[in-house]
Design a protein. Structure first.
Length: 528
């Protein structure tokens, strides 16, 4: 339910029957547990009840206690056994223990309930023992029960003869202070809270036990419900310390993550310089930049980079934060480079001007010289012919006449009659070898894939030259030398075979016989 609905429900039920007082207690518990009263500026539920509805602390606590004790599972529904009983009966029944409460019915009057309370025996401790009397133990007296068997300062039980508050578990004997949860008013808050069913103080069986006497040791420091409004101040202080520790660790992690990021690049610094509008002649310090640009948190976008300015410094999404002092130092470097650049441009412009002036002067000088030569030539051409000296011609000079052209005599082969093609032959009877080679060349031109002995020998010479060069150079890989040697040996065998085939076809072998040549019998090894 919303806060305003809870407040309206309290007003609607205040002047009605006991069941409505029961609902008032339920609404007050909801507001108390969720601390909704703080929305209206109240510090606790009792001030809220007094300020909004004029209810005293005792009345508000009774309504809340009635709801907590006589409801079903602490909810908004009253147990069927107590429906119809007046508010007076329910208030008197709050003081009865559970065994006496079972004797009360709808027919029981308020007077009879009070009589049951008077008939109770003399109050004893939770353990059924009388309180320890100081007169009996003047030197060893400790407030408690059972003649020193139990001490109040370490007891957490609900007791009618408690003589002092239980000490806080964090208190020392030299500086003791009470546990605030044992206070009666605080206990009413716990009973009215939403976590009353899991509260260790209300249900000691849920708490851890103490070594030695095996007594329960309830404490808010061991409670997992950290949002409980009734949590003690010691537990709240520790929660706050843990929260601050977690925040500090998170800040440290963020700081380390930022430290791992690189500084802004020169391009980003240049972009920041232009975005802030720094001038080359402007003078500034880190404090000046902070006062002018980092007094308030702000950012901007320039040249595809987002800059975030803070009182501490400047950072981008890709770099860590740099202080204003570091930024000022980098800006001064940019200013110096711009000054040097301007000075260089000025000096360059002056030098270019001087060069242009020099070139202009040289051009003018050349023009004057050309005009002077032209004028001198014109003057010479206008002088009379008689004044000139005759040109001297060499008397021995004689033009050589062209000799008659004689065609070179053709040298014809005395065997086949061809012109110079027969350059090698064995005998006059063997026929013309040059003629045969010329015919073979004609055949080769017709078939580009055919080759002759001359082609094989040419390739053999090249491979032998390469192999010789490899050996002389040295340091060549074994695989390269081996491969080249195989090529040389294979070409030698092929040349020999080709020579025998051509000689056999030409009929140069004696008796016209043939020589069997089986290339399959040639065995090539890595070295041959």
């Amino acid at each position: 339910m919303e806060y305003q609905e809870l407040k309206t429900g309290i007003k609607d039920h205040l002047n009605s029957a006991a069941e409505d007082f029961f609902m008032v207690g339920y609404f007050l518990r909801q507001i108390s547990e969720n601390a909704l009263f703080m929305e209206d500026g109240y510090e606790n539920i009792w001030e809220f009840a007094k300020g909004e509805y004029g209810l005293s602390t005792s009345s508000a606590s009774r309504f809340m206690a009635i709801n907590a004790r006589f409801s079903v599972d602490g909810g908004e529904h009253m147990a069927e056994k107590y429906i119809g009983m007046g508010v007076s009966k329910l208030q008197e029944m709050l003081g009865l223990p559970d065994e006496e409460l079972e004797k009360v019915t709808k027919e029981t009057t308020v007077r009879e309930i009070r009589a049951l309370k008077k008939k109770r025996e003399e109050p004893k401790s939770f353990f059924g023992l009388p309180k320890t009397e100081k007169e009996k133990h003047p030197y060893t007296y400790t407030p408690g029960c059972g003649d020193g068997g139990h001490a109040c300062f370490s007891c957490t039980r609900i007791c009618e003869i408690r003589q002092e508050e239980r000490y806080c578990v964090t208190a020392t004997m030299g500086n003791p202070f009470p546990c605030t949860q044992m206070n009666k008013e605080k206990r009413l808050d716990m009973e009215a809270g939403l976590f009353s069913g899991e509260c260790q103080h209300l249900h000691p069986e849920l708490a851890s036990v103490r070594k030695g006497d095996q007594e329960p040791e309830p404490c808010c420091l061991d409670c997992e419900y950290k949002t409980c409004f009734s949590r003690c101040d010691v537990a709240k202080k520790r929660d706050e310390a843990e929260r601050k520790k977690i925040q500090e660790e998170e800040r440290q992690r963020q700081k380390e993550a930022k430290a791992k990021k690189p500084e802004m690049t020169d391009m980003e610094i240049r972009g920041l310089y232009e975005w802030l509008g720094i001038q080359p002649e402007e003078e500034f310090t880190g404090n000046d930049l902070r006062e002018k640009y980092g007094k308030h948190y702000h950012g901007g976008f320039h040249k595809n980079t987002v800059y975030n300015c803070t009182p501490r410094g400047v950072r981008t999404g890709r770099s860590r934060e740099m202080t204003w002092g570091e930024i000022a130092k980098r800006f001064k470097g940019i200013q110096e480079s711009e000054i040097r650049k301007d000075d260089f441009i000025k000096r360059s412009n002056g030098a270019q001007k001087n060069v242009r002036n020099l070139i202009k002067q040289q051009e003018e000088k050349r023009k004057k010289e050309a005009e002077a030569k032209k004028a001198e030539k014109k003057t010479r051409s206008q002088e009379p012919e008689a004044g000139r000296e005759p040109e001297i011609i060499d008397a021995d000079f004689k033009e050589v006449e062209n000799e008659p052209f004689q065609e070179a005599e053709e040298t014809l082969c005395d065997i086949c009659g061809h012109d110079g093609e027969c350059v090698s032959r064995k005998t006059q009877d063997d026929g013309c070898i040059g003629y045969e080679e010329k015919a073979q060349d004609l055949e080769i031109a017709e078939n580009p894939e055919s080759y002759t002995l001359a082609d094989v020998r040419e390739q053999l010479r090249k491979c032998e030259a390469d192999l010789k060069a490899y050996r002389e150079v040295g340091g060549m890989p074994d695989f390269t030398l081996r491969k080249q040697k195989i090529l040389v040996d294979a070409l030698q065998l092929l040349a020999e075979k080709k020579e025998f085939d051509e000689m056999e076809e030409a009929g140069y072998l004696e008796g016209g016989g043939r020589v069997d040549w089986d290339i399959r019998k040639i065995v090539c090894t890595p070295h041959t």
